[in-house]
Design a binder for this molecule. Structure first.
Ligand code: CP
Ligand code: NVA
Length: 303
């Protein structure tokens, strides 16, 4: 494994290996305190971030390594210098790069030209670190994944695409509830369905939120307008109105269903404050697990 770009690139055994290592990292932090000593991680971020940036920086520090944050202005990826030249230069200095960008092809181009590891820290197409942490969190809560059903309600965006792969590979059932025209990527959906069939789980698509959450164990949502879609926010608020996670919707799910959100959340839009702050909500466990899972990924790639 040179890079970490899509959950679709991993097989079930590799995912389990990362989860096992994550468990060890959570249990015995001190044991791994210098495992990445002398290693440096560069973070190139073309979009804002709280969780991804901080969890990678702190994670790297906890493993004995260093990190360098490079904002939009600093590297000016592809404008000041080509992606290829950035990759070749950074390959001489650091041991890994996390890229948060718009077009997914930027991640692929960077990884192709770099001799060091590249991690996808979110593109318009996918958010693999998020989905790995999410499925890990579900495994922690239920102690197993087989037979657990997650409903993703909202926009078929980057987070949804990555969750599709993560669920399909680990045996989680996934039900997607989204408005017409806001479905996840067609190819990902097809691929995920085929993979789910192999492990005996199911992936289903609905255009009705109530229908999607019927009896499910976990309800997941994300913002209606992702970073870069700010201009569409008003239009999307109307289109997604019926796809809000609220107390009424929660009633259609299994009793004590868990509620997840990758964050940042817009309380009152895709999720009500009441649900977000309820005992059903595990959003901050998810956020915390970003760091633990990413530490495992960093060890796998950089050690
Ligand atoms: N969930 C997530 O990636 O959060 P940030 O955008 O704050 O990094
Ligand atoms: N779909 C959101 C996820 C943020 C972590 C976005 O891309 O903005």
């Amino acid at each position: 494994m040179k890079d970490f770009i899509s959950v679709g690139d991993l097989n079930a055994a590799e995912i389990n290996e990362i989860f096992d290592l994550t468990g060890q990292l959570k249990q015995d932090k001190a044991k791994f305190a210098s495992v990445l000593a002398g290693k440096t991680l560069a973070l190139i971020f073309q979009k804002p971030s709280n969780r991804t940036r901080v969890s990678f920086e702190v994670g790297m520090y906890q493993l004995g390594g260093n990190s360098i944050y490079l904002s939009l202005q600093e590297i000016n990826l592809g404008v000041r210098e080509s992606i290829e030249d950035v990759a070749k230069t950074l390959s001489r200095y650091v041991d890994g790069i996390v890229l948060r960008t718009f077009e997914h092809k930027n991640v692929l181009e960077l990884a192709k030209a770099a001799s060091i590891s590249v991690i996808n820290g979110l593109s318009d197409f996918s958010h693999p670190c998020q989905a790995m942490a999410d499925v890990y969190t579900i495994k922690e809560k239920f102690s197993h994944l087989n037979g657990v059903t997650l409903a993703y309600v909202g926009d078929g965006n980057n987070v949804c695409n990555s969750l599709l792969y993560a669920c399909a590979k680990t045996g989680l059932n996934m039900r997607i509830g989204c408005p017409k025209g806001y479905e996840p990527d067609k190819a990902v959906l097809k691929d995920a369905k085929a993979q789910a069939a192999k492990v005996g789980s199911s992936i289903e698509l609905f255009h009705d939120a109530q229908e999607a959450v019927k009896g499910v164990d976990v309800i997941y949502t994300d913002v209606w307008a992702s970073m870069g879609q700010e201009k569409e926010a008003a239009k999307r608020k109307k289109i997604f109105k019926e796809f809000q996670i609220n107390t009424r919707l929660l009633k259609s799910a299994a009793k004590n269903a868990l509620v997840m959100h990758c964050l940042p959340a817009h309380r009152g839009e895709e999720i009500t404050a009441e649900v977000m702050d309820s005992p059903n909500s595990i959003v901050f466990d998810q956020a915390e697990n970003r760091m633990h899972v990413q530490k495992a990924i960093l060890i796998r790639l950089l050690k």
